[in-house]
Ligand binder design. Structure first.
Ligand SMILES: CC(C)(COP(=O)(O)OP(=O)(O)OC[C@H]1O[C@@H](n2cnc3c(N)ncnc32)[C@H](O)[C@@H]1OP(=O)(O)O)[C@@H](O)C(=O)NCCC(=O)NCCS
Length: 218
């Protein structure tokens, strides 16, 4: 199957293919920031993300249960080091007949939407999947989730609808030297971006303290 994410390495416009957006792979130390991200989603967005009504306690359990060794979690940070976009790439059990597959779930805070962050997270998840020998990438969502369906189809995913749900899937090509370099470059760029934001945040707090202005907790 031919598709954009399975093959392309050079986005045509900034953020269009996600290459210029610094997407960082997260670890267990980010758990509280991840929780903060999800808790900022309103009821409708939580329904779109998790497919059902999702109260805070359910989100807390979900975040507690995230396994950073088994799955891959990606984040995009704003200047205050809050996560504005988050993706969970969950590796599915391997069945001989089906090959290796992973499921992609994503959320971008309302203020970050329409700027290519969802696209960047999907692109990063797809390249990471290829580099970890995943053959099929799945997205499961509500059929009325127009933005996600648009995102999936733009990435070349095939979509099947049934009973109010939609399943999008993408057959991935095997990794090659280009996908390895692409992911390493994005990771380095994301580390650099994070360090820069961390320093800016620190100096902002230092100046605020010096000038006697109130600051938010780091
Ligand atoms: C789906 C979601 C992740 C998209 O994030 P995003 O950062 O806005 O994504 P992008 O900016 O990369 O792309 C969004 C695309 O969808 C399009 N779009 C947005 N709303 C749309 C709608 N109602 N109908 C059709 N297309 C729509 C945008 O125009 C854009 O297309 P373009 O790149 O061709 O211009 C975000 O809307 C979100 O977090 N929603 C709530 C959670 C959710 O639905 N998760 C998916 C289920 S796992």
């Amino acid at each position: 199957m031919h598709n954009k994410l399975a093959k392309s390495h050079s986005p045509k416009r900034p953020n269009a293919g996600g290459g210029l957006v610094p997407v960082r792979e997260l670890h267990a130390g980010h758990r509280s920031t991840i929780l903060h991200h999800f808790l900022q989603l309103n009821e409708d967005d939580r329904r779109l993300r998790f497919g059902t009504h999702t109260p805070n306690e359910v989100i807390e359990r979900y975040v507690e249960g995230l396994d950073f060794n088994q799955d891959a979690i990606f984040g995009i940070f704003d200047t205050e080091l809050n996560i504005v976009g988050l993706a969970h790439l969950a590796y599915l059990p391997v069945f001989k007949s089906k090959g290796r597959a992973a499921e992609f779930g994503v959320s971008v805070l309302p203020e970050g939407r329409g700027r290519g962050l969802g696209t960047a997270l999907l692109a990063r998840a797809a390249v990471h999947s290829r580099n970890t020998r995943i053959e099929t990438l799945f997205v499961h969502c509500l059929a009325n989730n127009k933005a996600m369906m648009h995102l999936a189809q733009k990435a070349g995913m095939s979509v099947e609808y049934a009973y109010g749900d939609a399943d999008a899937y993408l057959k991935l090509l095997p990794a090659n030297s280009s996908t390895i370099v692409q992911e390493a470059a994005n990771e380095q760029w994301a580390d650099f971006d994070y360090a820069l934001k961390e320093n800016l945040k620190r100096s902002h707090h230092a100046w605020s303290w010096w000038l006697g202005q109130p600051t938010t907790a780091p």
